[in-house]
Design a protein around this ligand. Structure first.
Ligand code: PMP
Length: 368
């Protein structure tokens, strides 16, 4: 009774009341114990099975304990310089955060007024719409091309109205894995009204096997373009929580003002820098993923599965009864993402050994 009265009088954003908490991945050990598994390949969160460069742990371990009582470098100077050099961008165009997640939250917070709207392809990463909802904005979802998964840029342009404040494109897209060329994004940008922010989320950019796969060089030309990156995927550092955005003013200054002053610890700054500097390690793993991606897609083609051509470290596959297939894979030691669509499943690529086993398990789970 008291609780009910409390609910009635409590003041809270209505849009937040309607939200359900993000279903985070269960820890590997919990899943193994539940299904009595010796080995579990976690292929559900698009992490890197190779983990980070060994230089990251070395660098983090070498940090003196003396720093613990002091705030970290709020400008992440060391990381800023390494990232600027890597991407050939102005260091003063970089905003860092605890994963690309924090940048998504901050951009939404900075740009969206209540009553505004955002436009996204469907399907895409769930956080764009979730944060828009928190900011009391609505989301227009434009279906991707059913045959090949490509973004329908013309339909996005048609959906723009005077309340539209942002367009989000994940490139390659999650969960489809589909990559849009730099020239198609540039064409879109040229037609987009300059007061609408375009965020190109390049979380999976490193896995693309085409040259010039990034629109980062366009940031200097377009004040309404933001490019997001993360060290959680190809760099194998999902647990360290390091991401960044490339943008210029007025967004850069607004983001710097709104973000928390010490949002990256020294460990994140030092570890992130070590990761960025070890490009040899990154490229070696990216190549492994590219080889495995081709092998798995060849297998899917041979067995007549419908899937979209992926340029990421995961593949989006039409399996019919997703939950059933997901459960059968789990029982065989493969945790995949069966929560996104009733008919399509998202599977991240594992080690060559796991991928070979996965093919057999997949045929069994789909009764092929
Ligand atoms: N963008 C996309 C498209 C993603 O798939 C993810 C992770 N699933 C993120 C951003 C967030 O990554 P992180 O916060 O770990 O950098």
């Amino acid at each position: 009774m008291n609780a009910l009265i409390g609910e009635e009088i409590r003041k809270m954003k209505k849009t937040v009341k309607a939200l359900a908490a993000y279903q985070a991945e269960l820890p590997v050990e919990t899943v193994k114990a539940k299904y009595g598994l010796q080995h579990l390949a976690r292929l559900s969160a698009n992490e890197s099975v190779y983990g980070p460069s060994p230089k990251v742990a070395q660098a983090v371990r070498a940090v003196s304990d003396d720093i613990l009582g002091y705030y970290p470098d709020g400008q992440a100077t060391e990381l800023r310089e390494a990232v600027a050099k890597l991407n050939h961008v102005d260091p003063q165009h970089l905003v860092f955060g605890a994963g690309a997640d924090e940048l998504i939250e901050l951009l939404t917070r900075v740009v969206l007024e209540p009553g505004s709207n955002i436009i996204i392809p469907n399907p895409t990463f769930g956080e764009y719409a979730m944060h828009a909802q928190i900011e009391q904005s609505t989301t227009k979802k434009i279906p991707v091309n059913v045959d090949n998964g490509h973004v329908d840029f013309d339909a996005i342009l048609d959906a723009i109205d005077d309340k539209t404040a942002m367009v989000w494109i994940a490139n390659p897209n999650n969960p489809t894995g589909v990559f849009e060329t730099t020239s198609s994004i540039k064409r879109f940008l040229d037609k987009l009204p300059a007061n609408i922010t375009l965020v190109v989320d390049e979380a999976y950019y490193d896995f693309v096997d085409e040259p010039d796969a990034t629109v980062a060089p366009l940031v200097a030309e377009y004040t309404n373009l933001v490019v997001l990156r993360t060290l959680s995927k190809a760099y194998g550092l999902a647990n360290l929580r390091v991401g960044y955005g490339i943008m210029q003013d007025p967004l850069y200054s607004a983001m710097q003002a709104v973000r928390l002053p010490y949002n990256l610890s020294t460990y994140q700054i030092v570890g992130g820098t070590a990761a960025v500097l070890d490009q040899e390690y990154l490229q070696k793993n990216v190549q492994r993923f590219q080889v495995e991606r081709q092998k798995f897609q060849d297998f899917l083609t041979k067995n007549k599965f419908k899937f979209y051509e992926s340029q990421a470290n995961f593949i989006w596959i039409k399996v019919g009864e997703t939950k059933k297939v997901g459960q059968k894979l789990l029982e065989q030691g493969f945790q995949v993402n069966d929560r996104l669509n009733p008919e399509w499943i998202r599977i991240a690529l594992g080690t060559p050994e796991d991928n070979a086993e996965l093919k057999l398990a997949f045929l069994k789970a789909t009764n092929k």
